[in-house]
Every structure is written in C-alpha cells, then in structure tokens.
Ligand binder design. Structure first.
Ligand SMILES: [Zn+2]
Length: 330
C-alpha cells in the first residue's frame, strides 16, 4: 500500500473497502485542519482507482501512480483558489476539459482545494455538475472551514472528517522530512501544517527566536527585572514582523505548557527538549495554578497583538505581569 496517506490509516482503510466493493460515491467533502492529509488521501484514492498494478490500493510506484502524484494525469483535474477565490471560469474550464472528445468514456477525478473559497456563481456551476455527472466522475472537495461551504453543496456530498494528527505523529513526520529532533519537537507545537513546519525549519531566525524566548522566560522565572529591558534590546529586534511577534508569544505559551505537563504527565515529551532539566526544576518550584496564570497573561498578550496593539508594549506588559504573578506566588 502506498505510504502517501499514512497520516490517516482508518480513513484509508474505509476507502480501501469502498474501492474493493466498488461503492465509491460521486462527491466527498474532506474536512479538517491543514496538515491532516486531505489532499494526500484524495490523491491516494485516485491512484488506487487508476493503478493497473495493485488491486489492494495503489502501488504508489508505477507510472500511473506517479503521474497522479506529480499532478500530471490527464483524467485528474485539480482546482485551487485563483487569488482569494475559486471563480466560475475555473469550473467552466473544468467542464470543458471533461467534454473534450475522446475522454468521455473514461473515469475522471476532480479535486477542489479550499472549496469554501468558491464564489456563489462557481459553486452553483459546480452544483449543476454534481447533479448531472457526465459519466464516471468522482469529486473531492477539500476544506478547512466546513461551515463556510454552501449548504447546498454540503447536502450533495458525503462528509469525511479528518482528525488532527497526534503530537507524536507530527514529530515523526517532521523528522522523516529531515528536521532534527529538537527542532521537530518545537515545530510540531507551532504548526500542524507539515509544509509550513519544513519552511520554518529552514529559517535561522526561528532558532534565534526560540533561544530568545527561553532567555526571556529565564529572566521572568528568576524574578529578574531584566525581563522588561530584554524586550527592547533583544526580542523586538528579532521579531519585527507581526507573524514573528505572534510567534514570540506562541513559543512562550508552548514553553509554559511544557512546564505544566512535564510534572503531571508521565510520558510527556517537551517541546523545549534542550531545556528539559531547567524545566523540571521550575516545574517543582511553581504550582500549576501559577503556571496557568502565566499562560493567561500570554494569551491576553496574543489577543492584544491581534487587535494591533504595538508589540513592544504588549511584551513589556507581559513581562511585568508575569513577574508579578511569580512574585506573588513565590
Ligand atoms: Zn500503481
């Protein structure tokens, strides 16, 4: 069996059964967060339908399987948003593609990425297509926001929910992609999207940011007022963009989660792997309630950043409030 979809073995088993029984529906909505393997599953099912080699799911290696995987198969059409939306022209082009002479008798697959981004016209056009499918067509509509998909489309499709991958699965995926263990531990917490994690892992800045956030936390945990000045001298120069500023607080919250879980969960694997000894010491110093209050400060800071309050002020305020929490609780 192809390894394309190892992320969601139970969904893969379900579809293997449907394929064997020849009971695949015309249209599916695959719904779930980024990185849960929706596209990979649609491609694997497509491979399995076309693969001339294996009867037990796709072989993953023959020329047909490779053409599907590389998006070069003539009977597979993939649609994704053109800018902010999927436009009616894209659906029309798809219909034209399928009515071309010589192709009518063959099975065809449509994979639509981010289907919630369809304009109403495009959606209506797709609906007609779903109502009167010419020949043997299977449609996979992928979405991270099912509530934004038109209900008329939802009612014509079978919904398959893709659950979030476990922490361990995500770490394994990242290490398989060549990312070192300690980086994978942090990245698996920062994002559930593997391709985003891989892109982030190549950025030198991320590592600097991790070190800086750890240092910032160390000042705070030692009740050292330098935590305040450190914002201006070190944190802000490293986090000029809004995305990086959010990441500072994300990392702080991940660190505090480590602090909370390292003592209460026996098999817990921390994100801040390299600082595990210090984390264990601090975990025995601080009560869970104290850590929860620190987290609350971090989460409030994130909300302020979201509403466009300047980062330096937000971070300085976080430093002061976190210092106060620790001084009050010992
Ligand atoms: Zn094959």
């Amino acid at each position: 069996m192809s390894t394309l979809t190892s992320k969601q073995p139970s969904i893969q088993r379900l579809f293997l059964q449907l394929l064997k029984q020849n009971t695949l529906q015309h249209a599916y909505i695959f719904e779930g967060k980024a990185g849960t393997g929706k596209k990979e599953m649609a491609l694997w099912i497509t491979q399995s339908l076309f693969c001339p080699v294996s009867e037990n799911g796709a072989c993953g290696e023959c020329q047909t399987c490779r053409r599907v995987k590389d998006h070069h198969h003539p009977d597979v059409v993939e649609i994704q948003p053109d800018g902010q939306s999927i436009k009616i022209g894209q659906v029309r082009a798809l219909k034209e593609e399928f009515t071309k002479s010589g192709m009518e008798s063959r099975r065809k697959i449509v994979i639509v990425q981010d289907v919630e981004k369809m304009t109403v016209q495009a959606a209506n056009s797709l609906l007609k297509f779903l109502e009167e499918p010419d020949g043997d067509i299977t449609v996979f509509l992928l979405t991270t926001a099912r509530h934004r998909v038109l209900s008329t489309i939802q009612s014509r499709c079978q919904l398959i929910h893709f659950p979030q991958l476990s922490r361990q699965q995500r770490v394994e995926e990242l290490t398989a992609a060549g990312i070192s263990d300690d980086k994978a531990a942090i990245l698996s917490q920062l994002t559930s999207d593997t391709s985003q994690a891989v892109a982030l892992s190549k950025k030198e800045e991320l590592l600097q940011l991790v070190i800086a956030v750890w240092k910032w936390y160390s000042f705070i945990s030692k009740k050292d007022d330098q935590a305040f000045v450190y914002v201006q001298t070190d944190l802000i120069p490293l986090a000029k963009e809004k995305e990086e500023q959010q990441r500072v607080l994300d990392l702080m919250i991940i660190l505090l989660q480590d602090l909370l879980n390292i003592r209460t969960q026996s098999n817990y694997s921390p994100a801040f792997v390299k600082q595990v000894k210090e984390l264990e010491i601090d975990a025995s110093r601080f009560r869970p309630l104290t850590v929860a209050q620190l987290m609350e400060v971090g989460l409030t800071g994130k909300k302020l950043l979201d509403s466009n309050v300047a980062a330096q002020g937000v971070f300085e305020d976080c430093a002061l409030q976190m210092l106060a929490v620790i001084r009050k609780n010992g």
